[in-house]
Design a protein around this ligand. Structure first.
Ligand SMILES: Nc1ncnc2c1ncn2[C@@H]1O[C@H](COP(=O)(O)OP(=O)(O)O)[C@@H](O)[C@H]1O
Ligand SMILES: [Mg+2]
Length: 417
């Protein structure tokens, strides 16, 4: 493969970070991003990735050497299958393996079948059985919509009344099933693994800030910031997670005829009973990726290409020392009804230890404006977390974005475990 052409599918901060990291590989000649955003220009005109056959035809016509699929929706819709059917090399799971994210009900049943440690849960298929179960189980309790909800389908309910409201809302929104799950207590970590169907190479651990407001208050969002690495699991505990959680997951998928090629993202809660799985995602996290890839010194293209080929084996990745923090600048009103079209001014001289990955941005008559809920990912690198966080916030203050909404406490949880 000489000077590879890579196609990154998606248009958020994750995809901008992927395109940036792939573009640094000496093996890569060209990175196309579809649909991309103003940070990934030149974006290419392609069909909507959820229109999987049309998109896969276009990818084949562009003779790309590797397709890297960012978001969950096209994976669940079968974009990886459609691309593979056309002979393309693809990093991302087939639809059958993507069910681990597409259905929380299926994922929970999978974990039970394969002995993966997770919270106890009950599946309810209609409002009346869910309400009856709530009366029996009481609060606190976690209500989870089964299907994809953009990170906004889970309610950690302190009262039965709040849980009942979440149940009504879920079924009113057309949900087929909910899980009523035992409420766990502990620190959360995101474990991302690059998988080739058989083996998995773990990335450093990351920690996400999901609620809209400081102190983990306010509504759930797609993610307001991330830090990496977090040292909440020592080497022995990480080996334990590989043995008791990652291995049975990958082996279970293979045994069920749906080997997993792509990024397996395991949301873990570190409880008194040990690490328990909160959920699986079947793709790179957003914004975890924006804080992980700047630390990665190994060649990302080589890694994803080998995973796509099924030749990953066991390998150790090289990481830059120090830490990385990503602060999301969102539109005012996010996550409810974000206001778009705000002019953005991103200075060109933010420094060598700062990166800005675009999410909801576009060019309007040559001017950069906001075009979505999450708009910019401002990333700081440092010798330690305090320095990384300070650099990210230093850059946030220099960016012109009227009424931007962002959290001021990204990274603070690590100071007070
Ligand atoms: N069993 C649980 N106990 C306590 N908190 C939970 C539990 N399950 C989920 N949560 C909280 O809700 C968040 C979202 O749940 P998750 O299962 O990751 O679904 P999604 O990311 O699809 O919204 C988690 O990051 C965690 O903070
Ligand atoms: Mg989650």
């Amino acid at each position: 493969m000489s000077a590879a052409r890579v196609l990154v599918v998606g248009g958020g901060g994750r995809e901008h970070a992927l395109a940036w990291a792939l573009g640094r590989s000496p093996l890569v000649g060209e990175v196309l991003v579809a649909p991309g955003n103003a940070g990934t220009v030149p974006a290419v005109r392609m069909p909507d990735p959820d229109d999987v056959d049309a998109f896969a035809d276009a990818a084949r016509d562009r003779a790309v050497d590797l397709v890297v699929i960012g978001p969950e929706a096209p994976l669940v819709a079968g974009l990886a299958d459609a691309c593979r059917a056309r002979g393309l090399l693809v990093y991302g799971p087939d639809a059958a393996a993507a069910r681990l994210e597409a259905s929380k009900v299926d994922a929970k049943a999978f974990m039970l079948r394969h002995g993966v440690p997770t919270a106890a849960a009950r599946r309810c298929d209609d409002v009346s059985s869910a309400l009856a179960a709530l009366t029996e189980l009481g609060a606190p309790i976690v209500v989870k919509r089964s299907g994809l909800a953009g990170g906004k389908g889970v309610t950690v309910a302190e009262s039965t009344r709040a849980a009942e409201a979440a149940v009504h809302e879920a079924f009113a929104a057309g949900e087929d099933a909910v899980l009523l799950e035992e409420r766990l207590v502990g620190q959360e970590v995101s474990l991302l693994l690059v998988c080739d169907g058989r083996d998995a190479v773990p990335l450093r651990l990351a920690q996400d800030y999901k609620q809209a407001e400081d102190g983990d208050l306010g509504p759930m969002t797609g993610g307001m910031g991330t830090v990496a690495p977090v040292d909440l699991l020592d080497a022995a505990a990480q080996a334990d997670v590989m043995r008791s959680i990652v291995r049975p997951t990958l082996d279970g998928l293979r045994a069920e005829g749906t080997p997993f090629v792509g990024t397996l993202f395991i949301g873990l809660m570190l409880t008194e009973r040990g690490p328990l799985v909160l959920e699986y995602n079947v793709r790179f996290g957003d914004p975890e990726t924006q804080a992980l890839l700047p630390l990665l010194e190994s060649d990302l293209f080589e890694l994803l290409r080998d995973a796509a080929r099924g030749t990953l084996g066991t390998r150790a990745l090289r990481w830059r020392a120090g830490a990385c923090a990503c602060v999301v600048m969102a539109a005012p009103g996010y996550p409810g009804s974000p206001r778009t079209g705000t002019p953005l001014d991103v200075p060109g001289d933010l420094g060598a230890d700062v990166l800005v990955f675009h999410a909801g941005t576009r060019l309007e008559g040559g001017r950069l404006v906001s075009a979505g809920g999450r708009v910019l990912n401002v990333v700081g690198l440092g010798n330690d977390m305090a320095q990384a966080v300070a650099r990210a916030y230093g850059a946030v203050e220099r960016i012109g974005f009227d009424d931007a909404h962002y959290r001021r406490d990204i990274g603070s949880r690590l100071a007070q475990p």
